[in-house]
Design a protein around this ligand. Structure first.
Ligand code: NI
Length: 262
């Protein structure tokens, strides 16, 4: 991939680099990220089963990898109270940069909707008490997720609607609540409506992400995603806003730094 000179670094605000998909070559993956100016990576947790790998990686790369603590909605099942206890234990025990990823997922399974809503509310309260931002997963569940955020927004809640792929009305609702849109590989897809929708979204409400190993951007689509490919997302965002990649880097990095306090 061609090297671009930035005035500022890029921050990948959402990547699961600690996942098993990266076990064989995680050091090379992080080196490639660094060499492509992705110099900070936010790592959202999944559940109690992923914490060890998450923290091992964050401890091995303390100035590159920044861990979040949370219970992912697809891991919310009958035992979710126990999982939430683990989240509370870890938040108490060490430093995290946010609560995530949390939210509601109605794509894979609708049967635990009530439990997902309860877990989401509970973790929003934790985020408030630790004064941390939240990273929201809202697959096929914008209305359900948004209504909880609207109820809970008391002026102190901040965060990202991660992997935003919605319409203009949804984008407007998010920015009206003071939240950010996390834009990833989908923006590079030919059939994406995001270039049109982003026209109403101010750059101050934008952060960029890979969601690695998922949602690989063009022209790498079909391969495993990794943080180095954030460059392609930044290039596409630059085209949409008709600004330079340097400006995208500067603004989105500033947004991410302010949100996560890094
Ligand atoms: Ni994720």
């Amino acid at each position: 991939m061609s090297k671009i000179e930035y005035f500022d670094m890029l921050i990948d605000t959402h990547a699961h680099i600690y996942s098993e998909d990266f076990m064989p070559d995680v050091d090379e993956v992080l080196q490639r990220a660094y060499d492509n100016d992705v110099k900070k990576i936010i790592l959202p947790n999944i559940d109690s089963g992923s914490v060890k790998r998450l923290l091992d990686l964050a401890d091995a790369y303390p100035h590159l990898c920044y861990p979040l603590m949370g219970l992912h909605p697809t891991s919310v099942a009958a035992d979710y109270h126990e999982e939430l206890e683990a989240v509370e234990y870890w938040l108490e025990k060490r430093k995290f940069y946010g609560v995530g990823e949390i939210g509601i997922d109605l794509y894979w399974d609708r049967s635990f909707l009530k439990e997902q809503q309860d877990a989401f509310r509970h973790q929003i309260k934790l985020a408030k008490s630790y004064q941390l931002p939240i990273v929201i997963h809202h697959r096929d569940s914008f209305d359900e997720t948004y209504s909880i955020i609207q109820e809970e927004q008391d002026g102190n809640l901040r965060g990202i609607f991660h992997c935003f792929t919605g319409n203009e009305e949804e984008a407007q609702k998010i920015t009206d609540l003071g939240f950010m849109l996390g834009i990833g590989g989908v923006v590079t897809f030919k059939n994406s409506n995001l270039p049109e929708v982003l026209k109403i979204v101010p750059l101050k409400n934008l952060v960029i992400e890979t969601d690695a190993p998922y949602l690989t951007p063009m022209p790498k689509r079909g391969k495993r995603n990794e943080s180095a490919y954030l460059v392609y997302v930044a290039q596409t965002v630059a085209k949409i806003y008709d600004i330079s990649v340097n400006q995208v880097a500067e603004i989105t990095t500033d947004n991410a730094r302010n949100l996560f306090g890094i």
